[in-house]
Design a protein around this ligand. Sequence first.
Ligand SMILES: Cc1cc2nc3c(=O)[nH]c(=O)nc-3n(C[C@H](O)[C@H](O)[C@H](O)COP(=O)(O)OP(=O)(O)OC[C@H]3O[C@@H](n4cnc5c(N)ncnc54)[C@H](O)[C@@H]3O)c2cc1C
Ligand SMILES: NC(=O)c1ccc[n+]([C@@H]2O[C@H](COP(=O)([O-])OP(=O)(O)OC[C@H]3O[C@@H](n4cnc5c(N)ncnc54)[C@H](OP(=O)(O)O)[C@@H]3O)[C@@H](O)[C@H]2O)c1
Length: 286
Amino acid sequence: MDNVSQGIPHGLVQGKVTKKIEWNDQLFSLHVHAPVSPYLAGQFTKLALPLVNEQLRLTEPAIATEYAAFPENSNPERQEYVRRAYSMVNSPSHALGHQHLEFLIVKDASGQLSPKLHELNTHDEIFVGKEPSGFMTLEEIPPAAKDLWMLATGTAIGPFIAMLETPHMADKFANIILVRAVRTQQDLTYQSRIAQLVHQFQGKLRYVPIISRESITGTLRGRIPTLLLRGELEHASSIAIDQQHSFFYLCGNPAMVRDTSEALKQIGLTKHLRRQAGQFSSENYW
Ligand SMILES: Cc1cc2nc3c(=O)[nH]c(=O)nc-3n(C[C@H](O)[C@H](O)[C@H](O)COP(=O)(O)OP(=O)(O)OC[C@H]3O[C@@H](n4cnc5c(N)ncnc54)[C@H](O)[C@@H]3O)c2cc1C
Ligand SMILES: NC(=O)c1ccc[n+]([C@@H]2O[C@H](COP(=O)([O-])OP(=O)(O)OC[C@H]3O[C@@H](n4cnc5c(N)ncnc54)[C@H](OP(=O)(O)O)[C@@H]3O)[C@@H](O)[C@H]2O)c1
């Protein structure tokens, strides 16, 4: 039976949660097995769950009963799904293969999908976009780039871990600087995996954690654009920003992306376009 006759909309495939890690009350990782197409490190896909009828049952039971009484409404093809984009944390070349996907997710209590994803457990069913996509990949970085700066807020550390775990990544750049900003220390997920990467890269990878709302030894306090303009990111990483050789990927909170893009322009860098090489590019999470 094909997907549509099973009631799964075009573009989605059925998967299973194989593991769940709860980092704190809001942050969690889901490992999912699903028959998706190959992807590139840095890309994202959709996660989806059936929604409308279930929500109706919970919020408007009388309407739900009336709705279900019409034969056309019991047609599974009418089932609605809520879907959102999530970036893969694991490189497609990892040991279990590209159909084992790992996602780092923050629950937004007022959101439609993330609280439902938070309720999932191992063996639960989940729906996944069959075709991953996205242009924040190693392949899009111009060849002149020697120092790669990866700037992330919150859960946007994920696609950068996927890039860092790509085979031969250390050979592609002279230096890689991973800057990740979170609100509080408890939001610093994947610390041991990052420490392992720093060790593997033998000095080529610098990690600069930023905590905006707490002062913690070994981290910077503040926001990425301010720290950048004050020279604190260069100081903490011991790498100088250079118009010829630096390339920046910015990912996560759209306000950070906007303000950091302005800061980068102030220091003379330009946005990278396929038709005109520049020094920075970005992906907004909302
Ligand atoms: C390319 C891309 C990749 C993404 N990858 C991830 C990922 O790996 N992990 C992840 O948790 N989310 C990711 N997102 C965000 C995700 O798609 C959803 O928007 C998010 O989970 C909220 O969905 P919701 O249905 O719960 O909330 P909605 O009902 O859609 O409400 C959205 C609100 O939640 C807030 N919000 C959305 N995403 C985030 C976030 N990541 N961090 C902080 N606040 C947020 C914003 O205030 C927004 O207004 C990505 C988005 C894009 C476009
Ligand atoms: N993480 C938590 O403890 C927490 C608690 C309650 C609710 N939530 C909810 O969970 C969701 C995710 O929160 P999150 O903490 O993962 O993501 P977030 O709100 O995007 O914060 C991540 C980092 O981005 C910084 N930032 C925000 N705007 C910026 C800008 N214009 N320029 C530069 N940096 C900027 C934040 O600094 P600032 O701290 O200075 O804003 C923080 O360091 C949100 O929807 C939030 O409402 C999270």
